[in-house]
Design a protein. Structure first.
Length: 146
């Protein structure tokens, strides 16, 4: 099938049938979320604000893409792709506002989702979804001591 637009080629109605069960790890996020955020900045200050997050099926349902918007702090996107060869997810974050990039591997860890990897400066990071409920979750991004 040839799509008639960029969004038509990117967006999908649901998960790919050949990996639908594995897509559930992040599939529950599909839709629109609001967030209350506290961001600890490199200079030691904090930014508190409200923002929005949008998650959608992408690339024939073989990926989940999101957009995280926190005005004045970040406006970025994550591409999450399930890899059956490692039974885990490749996570690629890009924030063109701050020029911040991160590559991680995501897996279930108990009731949580933990993503481990590095940012573009080579620093180890851990991003986690915890306290997962049908209408809420806690997201934490933190450096990892080596």
């Amino acid at each position: 099938m040839i799509a008639s637009s960029f969004i038509g080629a990117l967006a999908s109605d649901g998960p790919a049938a050949d990996r639908a069960d594995k897509m559930k790890l992040y599939g529950w996020l599909i839709g629109r979320w609001t967030m209350d955020a506290t961001v600890h900045l490199d200079d030691g200050s904090q930014h508190q604000g409200s923002g929005e997050i949008y998650f959608g099926w992408a690339l024939e349902g073989r990926a989940i893409q999101d957009v995280w918007i926190l005005p004045g702090v970040f406006y970025g996107t994550t591409l999450r792709v399930y890899d059956p060869n490692i039974d885990a997810w490749h996570i690629l974050w890009s924030d063109p506002v701050r020029q911040f990039y991160s590559r991680q591997i995501g897996r279930a860890q108990g009731d949580d989702i933990v993503q481990l990897g590095t940012n573009d400066a080579g620093e180890a990071v851990r991003w986690s979804f915890t306290a997962i409920r049908p209408v809420s979750f806690r997201w934490t991004g933190e450096p990892v001591a080596r």
